[in-house]
Write a protein that binds this ligand. Structure first.
Ligand code: ZN
Length: 87
């Protein structure tokens, strides 16, 4: 009982100290320029999006949705060319 209790206290403390990442080195935050370098934690190619470790939703067309609701427009110029080739 005592052991279980102190173990859960330790876990709580670690979670408070850590950012969103459960690993090291931590990913760039959602508000840094290299946010796309964060590790993907969920990948849904059939739906065209990935969820990154820092909470950013990264879409197939390189558009992004930040955790605070901010939208980043797609910024990969190759997309139009790829669509044209596929069609
Ligand atoms: Zn991370």
């Amino acid at each position: 009982m005592n052991n279980a209790s102190s173990r859960s206290t330790l876990t709580t403390t670690q979670r408070k100290n850590a950012s969103m990442c459960q690993h090291q080195p931590a990913c760039p935050t959602a508000f840094s320029a290299d946010r796309e370098a964060a590790k993907p934690v969920a990948h849904h190619p059939e739906q065209g999006w990935s969820l990154l470790c820092n909470g950013v939703l990264l879409f197939e067309d390189t558009g992004e949705l930040l955790p605070d609701g901010q939208i980043i427009a797609p910024h990969r110029s190759l997309t139009a060319e790829q669509v044209a080739t596929a069609a």
